[in-house]
Ligand binder design. Structure first.
Ligand code: IPD
Ligand code: CA
Ligand code: CA
Length: 265
């Protein structure tokens, strides 16, 4: 097996893994054999597609790059912890959608080198949308295996003409700091708001200019690592909203982020 070592080759490797993981998702999608279980509470579900796709990705990374570290949602830190190289993987982002038969779900794979994200891949297998970025090289969308198209974030600066997305944390029932107040403050001022159910896809949509902005509280590194690079490499910006609630981020162009931050916190 060939295991290359430059960032473009790591991207191509991540694309291959994302497509193979996506094929696992599609095998069970809308079928009767999801082996659905709950995790932290009744709202937080996991399926055999989450588990099998993470195992697949982790095995391929360990075979090719045994000296690299890996953070995966379903199994935590593994591999050579402390390595300069660290893969950050959400094998299925959007499990609630997936478990309901809704089409927005993704594979999110990032590679960090020396603590900086250098490769980001988000793949939506049902939609046939592949988003990729290598640090310094721009972000791209490949639709149904066609030609890659360069991505650019939206240039809109007014909330009133903007369509934003957000999401809600799984502990929304026990922690009143659950984003409902932010939604109530911002909804009257925006063209509209979406809740797609995959933070990685939300960030990919910001990178593509399909969404003007996105914010969410209490995400995890695996939800956002690849998507943040997509946004940055398409000319956008991602800011941490606050230090006390996991990965709480706001994404868009600089001017729109400032307008969003007047309403969300
Ligand atoms: C979830 C999705 C969702 C976000 C949740 C995440 P999962 O990830 O990204 O959009 O609102 O906070 O946990 O559980 O489907 O991998
Ligand atoms: Ca996730
Ligand atoms: Ca997940």
């Amino acid at each position: 097996m060939e295991c290359p070592h430059d960032f473009e080759s790591f991207r191509d490797f991540a694309v291959q893994l994302a497509k193979e993981a996506g094929a696992i998702h599609l095998t069970y999608f809308r079928g009767s054999d999801l082996s659905l279980r709950t995790k932290s509470n009744l709202y937080d579900v996991v399926t055999r597609a989450d588990r099998e796709s993470e195992e697949y990705i982790a095995r391929r990374i360990a075979e090719c790059y045994p000296a690299h570290a890996l953070l995966g949602e379903e199994s935590g830190e593994r591999g050579t912890v402390g390595s300069d190289y660290r893969w950050v993987v959400d094998p299925l982002d959007g499990t609630t959608n997936y478990s309901q038969g809704l089409p927005v779900f993704t594979v999110s794979i990032a590679l960090q080198y020396g603590g900086e994200t250098v490769v980001g891949v988000v793949y939506a297998p049902y939609l046939g949308e592949l988003f990729t970025a290598v640090r310094g090289g721009g972000a791209f969308l490949t639709l149904h295996d066609g030609e890659p198209q360069r991505l650019h974030v939206s240039a809109k600066t007014m909330l009133a003409e903007s369509v934003l997305a957000t999401g809600f944390p799984y502990d929304k029932d026990i922690d009143p700091d659950n984003n409902c107040d932010n939604v109530a403050r911002i909804v009257p001022h925006v063209r509209d708001l979406r809740r797609y159910g995959s933070a990685a896809y939300d960030l990919a949509c910001v990178a593509s200019g399909w969404l003007d902005g996105f914010w969410e509280l209490a995400l995890h590194e695996w939800d956002v690592c690849a998507g943040i690079l997509l946004v940055e490499e398409s000319g956008g910006r991602v800011e941490r909203l606050r230090p006390d609630r996991g990965w709480s981020i706001v994404a868009g162009n600089t001017t729109l982020i400032a307008a969003m931050r007047e309403k969300v916190r």
